[in-house]
Design a protein around this ligand. Sequence first.
Ligand code: M6R
Length: 357
Amino acid sequence: GKGGYDHYMLKEIHSQPDALTDTLSGRVNPGDGGVAFESLPDGAFADVEQVRLVACGTSYHASLAGARLLRQAGIPAHAELASEFSLPESADDTLAVAVTQSGETADTLGAVRAAADAGAQTLAVTNVVGSTAARECDDALFIRAGPEIGVAATKTFTSQVATLSLLSRRIAADVGADAPGDAGILDGLDALPGDVRDVTTGDAARAIANRYRGSDAYFFIGRGAAHSVALEGALKFKEITYEHAEGFAAGELKHGPLALVTPDTPVFAIFTGDGDEQTLTNVEEVQSRGAPVVAVAPDGHPAVDVADDHLPIPDTVPTCASLLAAVQLQLLSYHAAELLDRAIDKPRNLAKSVTVQ
Ligand code: M6R
């Protein structure tokens, strides 16, 4: 059942501390920071020279974060939309990672099958044991988020990114890459369940949703670790409110989207400690066109003084801060949809699992 919540989505947002605890449990050696996955033999990725993550929708946004972490760890990696995936005839040096909550998304299965045909090693990162992706790929890595009923992916997004953070360390260790990666990520992940609880027990998102209801459009911007969360924040907002929402790389605004910005288009700017000074410049650009800005940032961050409103997140490393911002934006979308009396758990035109290409 909904466990006392009005919607599965809200229950699932609030269950993220427990989901993340399960995702991470027993996978990091506290001594040396090494990562071990129950289902994967040691050295499983020793021959990998590059990684292609294939996914759709929210899982694609998680993949963008995963690819970025892999590159920071010194591994060539890209996230690609499964429906647009193509690769060279021979891909023997490639690990293709299907990132899919359900493990049944036709576009994602099609992409990972094409990768296998080209000789790639394949890995499913999925929530569903026994799913098609888990069965068909060479290996499977489970995100352990628990069943997700709401059509809008929430807890599976944060658990996917947490899993991919560990996977990037594991691949780096297997191939002997020595780049430092995201410094402090293990401490950040350790604190993440508690930090998420700080966000879910707050009430800022509801007030902001109410303040900006009836706007012409809602824009979300971020760079670095915050870019994928800007895209995800907009996807969540549009799919359950039916309002126009777009996510942009903060630096791209001035290359076109700025033409859309007016006093009736609130801009949610995400600050994760990754290129924040430049994003502040982008905030000034939209404010000078009259747009109200909501800073998603830690208390005391310089953006809080500049912005018109604030959605607070705990102060932590960029990847974890981006997940805390994602949780604030899940709550924002939820409350905005509730104010509009939308069918939150089953938005119009959408299905939980998309099994046609
Ligand atoms: O099951 P999958 O992760 O493969 O699903 C992919 C997308 O259909 C999915 O992430 C979708 O974008 C979300 N449900 C939106 O909230």
